[in-house]
Design a binder for this molecule. Structure first.
Ligand code: FAD
Length: 338
């Protein structure tokens, strides 16, 4: 049965088809609620249901530790009646904003043995329109898709740059390893709602693990381009020093930004670490190096376990739950197409 969904205090309502999640119905209707993974993990879509009844899809939980009391995860909940939502944020989507391209491999660099930097060019005259921190979907031959965050800032719009961690046995990893200049890939973008406000003056802490650095690079390069003056701390972690695969980008921010602080964190070092490198995981680095996070905004990118650990540390150290934003690299095929 189709139910109607409304947004409290707004003249907005849309239909939700049987079995469709509240988030998918909203996106389908051109209403963008805050979201990222669409798999019930990151918590970005947590919001309240002020009227009506909802239930989690089979196998999913309606809420998780990221939800405040009374909130559910819109990406996994389906309505059981007409409902009224009170989302943390929403906006009307431009229906023409998302596009599919056949992109050409411009370069493929294995910057370290386990990470590729892949630069894709769009067909002549076409532009990629996205916000810093958003991601795209790559179509695989079997029709499934994988998500990758844009690492380039939005003003570099004639193509996209991806930082891809090799996953042994992974389907796209296998394709990726054979990609060379001139090969083509079908991609669709943009996806993901980035809640970071460009004009927010509060200090920002970015915490990334491995290729979670990709969306952070896009966000920070974009802030440099916009000449944002804001205190920024970057904690970037990896198991071994080689996992911090793009030191040049960090060095550039250090030169460009007087208020930029970088904390590298290495969790499984085999040799002695260079001075200034934190020995341990990124959540441990956050606790040790940023003891008072009241009034800060925190943006975190990496695996579900890493994001959960950083979220716990951040909230314990004073970050308000609504000021913690996550980009969770949930493994496996992307959620079903909208
Ligand atoms: C919103 C979003 C943005 C993302 N952005 C990026 C990005 O910028 N860079 C990036 O490298 N990845 C990113 N990912 C992860 C990416 O989409 C793929 O999941 C990943 O590249 C593996 O794809 P694959 O086809 O090679 O492996 P698959 O064929 O999907 O997986 C093979 C097996 O490995 C497991 N697996 C998958 N990934 C991992 C892992 N990291 N560690 C351990 N086991 C794993 C799977 O569960 C499966 O059992 C993102 C994911 C999401 C949801």
């Amino acid at each position: 049965m189709t139910y109607q969904i409304s947004i409290e205090g707004a003249d907005v309502s849309f239909d939700c088809a049987p079995g469709q999640s509240i988030l998918d119905a909203a996106l389908h209707a051109g209403v963008e609620l805050s979201y990222s993974c669409r798999k019930g993990s990151c918590g970005n879509c947590a919001g309240a249901v002020v009227k009506g009844e909802v239930a989690a899809r089979p196998g999913a939980a309606a809420s998780n530790e990221t939800c405040l009391p009374g909130q559910v995860l819109y990406c996994v909940c389906v309505p059981k009646s007409d409902v009224t939502l009170a989302p943390t944020s929403w906006r009307k989507l431009d229906p023409a904003a998302r596009k599919t391209f056949t992109a050409k491999v411009h370069s493929h660099d294995r910057v370290v043995p386990e990470v590729s930097v892949l630069r894709l060019r769009l067909p002549a005259g076409q532009r990629a329109k996205f916000q810093a921190g958003q991601y795209l979907q790559v179509f695989l031959e079997d029709g499934s898709t994988r998500c990758y965050s844009m690492a380039n800032p939005p003003h570099e719009s004639d193509g996209v740059t991806l930082h891809i961690q090799h996953v042994p046995g992974g389907q796209f990893t296998h394709t990726l390893l054979g990609l060379k200049q001139g090969d083509t890939l079908k991609i669709e973008l943009p996806f993901g709602n980035v809640a970071l406000a460009a004009d927010d003056p509060r200090p920002l802490v970015c915490v990334a693990a491995g290729t979670g650095f990709a969306p952070v690079k896009s966000i920070l390069d974009d802030m440099v381009k916009r000449r944002v003056q804001r205190k920024v701390t970057l904690i970037w972690g990896a198991r071994e020093p080689s996992g911090l695969y793009l030191q040049a980008a960090v060095d550039k921010w250090k030169r460009q930004w007087p208020d930029f602080r970088f904390i590298p964190a290495i969790s499984q070092a085999r040799d002695a670490l260079a001075p200034g490198v934190f020995q341990g995981r990124v959540d441990q680095a956050l606790r040790a190096q940023c003891p008072d996070l009241a009034g800060h905004v925190l943006h975190c990118c990496g695996s579900p376990a890493m994001v959960a650990a950083v979220r716990q540390a951040a909230v314990e150290m004073g970050v308000l739950p609504q000021d913690f934003q996550a980009d969770v690299f949930v493994p496996g095929p992307a959620a079903a197409p909208l």
